[in-house]
Design a protein. Sequence first.
Length: 276
Amino acid sequence: MPPRQRFAVFGHPINHSLSPRIHADFAGQFGIDLSYEAIDAAPEGFKDAVHAFFDEGLGANVTLPHKAAAFAMADIATATATRAGTANVLTRLGDGRLEAHNTDGDGMVRDITERHAQDLRGHTALLLGAGGAARGVAWHLLDAGVGTLTIVNRNPVAADDLADAIGDPARAHTRYWEDLHDIGSFDLIVNATSAGTLGGGLDLPVSIVGSRALCYDLSYGKSAAGFVGWARGAGARYAFDGLGMLIETAADAFERWHGKRPDTDPVYRELRAIYG
């Protein structure tokens, strides 16, 4: 009997991750026997932990706070990962090299436009954060047709670096976090900060929420509860967490590793019923 295929997700913290359950559900759709574990690796030990895993492992997802480090340590990178400078998927190729890829942007846009049936074209978008999560979705928001993308981060240098990397000043630009109180309102607000995951708050003014605004948190569950609750209280027309994005990005990784596209809808319904 052949050994079970081994996969994992790396993060810090990682105990909350639904990825093992999601990949088990996907594998069940095709009768694939696999092992998928959650590995908690502190930043200083991440590289060694990844190398140790890939002595046997075939593929790994990567989450907070390792996406930039995952990209940097890979031998080669896809165009999507290169553009973002971050990776949430690492794959051991047949020749032993480690490939970096990023599925964040595709998963987010697919969740918003297909599952939630929202058209992003022409939206004025506000992106909160400029770290690995933000870099993974920024270009895809522009590809999806948002009219303008305003990037705001507590560290303005990181926001400026992201805007410079995008290289489209007519559409993508930055403002200071302190400007949020008089910056105007937006059609789309995407929270790509780690505040919810790390137990912090954002103290956002309700004035940034447009009359028909869609607010979206890249995290899910308890990590997104604060932002989603704020958005609803501020009168946003739509307020979504990133559970659907998580499932869509997992499906992209699963297809990359196994050559089969799983059905994400039953997994989404199952987990939404459990986690609200």
